[in-house]
Design a protein around this ligand. Structure first.
Ligand code: PLP
Length: 437
């Protein structure tokens, strides 16, 4: 209660913005994910690893725009590329060289031969599902229980299903995520638990067009794949003639040059990207096999959009991938992340917190559980959710900007410094001291 009152007092101006915004935007926010208790913190600007809110509070940013801002805020390299492109025109709906440069670099990083562009992660996973259905002539999509792949019908199923509607683990129910779906929509999406190849094997059949999954589950903290799981998934999909789709919207350029695909060494038929690849501008991409690329080229599976590959986004993506997120930058990000995780582990041990850290690449989190979390059902039952909420409040009140809610991880940028990390650890230690007192 005390921390909540502190946050209200510190962000009083955000409270006023919230009242004003609520008169014109449902819930006072442009997107549901920006909601927070008691109200969203309205930001004014960002520079490097810091952001400032409308009350003038300064924060070290570990939210980083849901993991988009690996390049850091107002990075001068991105700003220069975007300004230069502005002067040359920002939109033609005709291809420019920038899209070729970015497609060539994505091909190099992910090893998939054919690329197209989108405007968001949602569009990337939607197009991927059209590819799976269009290439196989089958209907059913398999997804993992508890994952978020964007807001289109096929994947708005069992995103965060409430326990009372999930059904048994051996046959999870396909639960629509909110209202607004035609009857039967959810039934075309079959749901299986993560990290269980036998469950996937049982769910695969001749009606399955494709399997969509994050190679490491995000949005329920971070749940890495157990050893051998992705390899087995690959084998099972190939044997069943189902298209394997990796949703790397979150992992993508944030965890390694070639994302989780490179980290785990398992190649999908389609990879979905967005977020960090475009250096802070909205955009996304899908990579695919040559056979799938031919269906797109022939116009059999429609992949299109007015703003796809728009010059401004391509200018930002090109310098992000070629000049900012270099091999050296990844090496530094990984070292910083390892250090932050080690420091958090030190605090966990010193205060005997029921917690552990998980991380990969530039991303990491403290999971408030002593046991490993292997799937969504573990996340529901094994995590201390009250402690997670309280940690968020502590961080916000100690100048560490984090995503509201239970599910997120931190994302480091190339502009984070050791001092930023220390500030995070200090806030975490203050939290640990308070809750174990
Ligand atoms: N896939 C994953 C794994 C995501 O985390 C998200 C968004 O958070 C999406 C897809 C959807 O991306 P967007 O919000 O850009 O539509």
């Amino acid at each position: 209660q005390r921390e909540r009152a502190r946050l209200r007092a510190r962000t009083a101006r955000s409270g006023e913005y919230f009242a004003r915004a609520s008169a014109v935007m449902p819930g006072g926010v442009p997107s549901q994910f920006q909601s927070a208790e008691p109200w969203p913190v309205y930001l004014e600007r960002g520079a490097g690893a810091k952001v400032w809110d409308v009350d003038g509070n300064e924060y070290r940013d570990f939210h980083n725009g849901f993991g988009v801002m690996c390049v850091g805020h107002a990075n001068p390299v991105i700003a220069a590329a975007v300004s230069a492109r502005m002067a040359l025109g920002t939109h033609f709906a005709a291809p420019t060289e920038g899209s070729i440069v970015v497609a060539e670099e994505l091909r190099r990083r992910w090893g998939l031969p054919a690329w197209r562009f989108t405007n968001s992660g949602t569009e990337s996973t939607m197009d991927a599902i059209h590819l799976a259905r269009g290439s196989t002539g089958r209907d059913v999509i398999i997804k993992i229980e508890g994952t978020y792949h964007g807001h289109h019908d096929a994947v708005m199923v069992s995103v965060k299903p409430p326990p009372e509607r999930m059904g048994p683990r051996s046959a999870p129910a396909s639960v629509p995520y909110g209202d607004g779906f035609a009857p039967g929509t959810a039934a075309a999406t079959r749901v299986v638990p993560f990290n269980d190849a036998a469950a996937l094997e049982a769910a695969l059949g001749e009606d399955v067009a494709g399997v969509i999954m994050e190679p490491a589950m995000m949005n329920v903290n971070i749940v890495p794949p157990v050893e051998g799981y992705l390899e087995r998934v690959r084998e099972l999909c190939s044997a069943a003639g189902a298209v394997l789709i990796f949703d790397e919207v979150k992992t993508g350029a944030a965890v390694a040059p070639g994302g989780a695909t490179e980290l785990y060494g398992v190649k999908p038929d389609v990879v979905c990207l967005a977020k960090a690849i475009c250096g802070g501008l909205p955009g996304g991409a899908i990579g695919m096999t040559s056979a799938l690329g031919e269906l797109v080229a022939a116009g059999r599976v429609k992949q299109q959009g007015t703003f796809n590959g728009n010059p401004l986004t391509m200018a930002a993506a090109a310098v992000t991938l070629l000049d900012v997120l270099t091999d050296d930058a990844y090496a530094r990000l990984h070292a910083l992340n390892a250090k932050l995780m080690a420091e958090c582990e030190r605090v966990i041990a010193a205060y005997e917190l029921p917690a552990h850290t998980v991380g990969m690449g530039s991303k990491g989190c403290v999971v408030m559980s002593t046991e490993p979390v292997l799937e969504y059902r573990d996340y529901l039952t094994k995590i201390h959710h009250e402690l997670t909420d309280l940690a968020w409040l502590f961080h916000m009140n100690h100048g560490i900007f984090m995503t509201p809610g239970q599910d997120e991880e931190w994302t480091l940028s190339v502009l984070h410094t050791e001092a930023d990390l220390q500030a995070y650890v200090d806030a975490f230690e203050a939290f640990a001291r308070e809750v174990t007192d």
